[in-house]
Design a protein around this ligand. Sequence first.
Ligand code: NAD
Ligand code: MG
Length: 340
Amino acid sequence: MAEIFYDDDADLSVIQGKKVAVIGYGSQGHAHALNLRDSGVEVVVGLREGSSSWAKATEQGLKVAEIPEAVKDADVVMILTPDQVQRTVYAEQIAPNLKEGAALFFAHGFNIRYGYIEPDASHDICMVAPKGPGHTVRRQYEEGRGVPAIVAVENDASGEAWDLTLSYAKAMGATRAGAIKTTFTEETETDLFGEQTVLCGGVSQLITYGFETLVEAGYQPEIAYFEVLHELKLIVDLINEGGLTKQRWSISDTAEYGDYVSGERVITPEVKENMKAVLADIQDGTFAKRFIADQDAGAPEFMKLREEHESHPIEQTGRELREAFGWTDDDEDYTGTARR
Ligand code: NAD
Ligand code: MG
């Protein structure tokens, strides 16, 4: 059984005695800064000059400074800019200003795992990665609960990196739920694998094929949308609560029987071989290199793919239906072009 830490395993006063710079104020950044602040930690948010988040963070009562300023006094620097810009931000604005013995924190191991950031050995390198979107991390904290996190220490220069990591996790609300011990390598590789093969890539492709199959067979797109996309949430909620068995308990016997006899026809053993190939590309750095090379070139492939996928007919059907049924997306900073 993996090692899991709870509130009683962590001493909040460790992080309360430190100055923390949270770099970036996006999905994770705002949740980290606000949760730490509300847990009695001294926080400064580090942003680019002219950043649109500057006013927002200030309004929410946070101290804001340009990144070099924020880093200079900090004992702990949590890097929450997008993964693809972290190495440049680190090299140009963080490393030259980092205090001796300051600890570096991450919410995803990408840049450490693939060597894009190589801090010198005198710095603790720690991870507190909430297993949920930043907006949920903040909401749960405010409600007195917490989103589980995974925690890791890549370099324990101070000899106290674990105390600091667990204390940070407690201030985030994570140890209310539980923080699982991992390593930077395990977190990075499994996180990329999960999002590519199952959660994002796998599910999106599965939905798309399901929709195309029904529409090409002459069924109405609106009905197809309900059957292969809308209802997915209801099923996933059951899986999340009680595993595949609870989902199968709740659905009809007809659906359960169909699950058993047709699931294996759709997701064949070949799919598992494909997953292994994706995992190999993650493990040997092929995926990371491809992603970073494209980003460095201004992300032409990324932008082309985003546009292609956003213009699929299922997205048009979904926009019209969600409007007709009055469902709203209420994430105030959602910027998808699909938004109305
Ligand atoms: P984000 O895109 O929501 O926010 C990034 C923020 O970084 C921006 O709001 C901006 O303030 C700042 N920023 C952007 N470009 C910058 C630049 N060039 N220089 C300086 N600052 C810049 O990012 P996010 O999704 O919060 O991801 C941050 C980290 O958290 C990543 O390592 C990611 O893998 C990890 N993570 C994210 C989630 C999630 O739910 N989004 C969950 C777990 C871990
Ligand atoms: Mg993930």
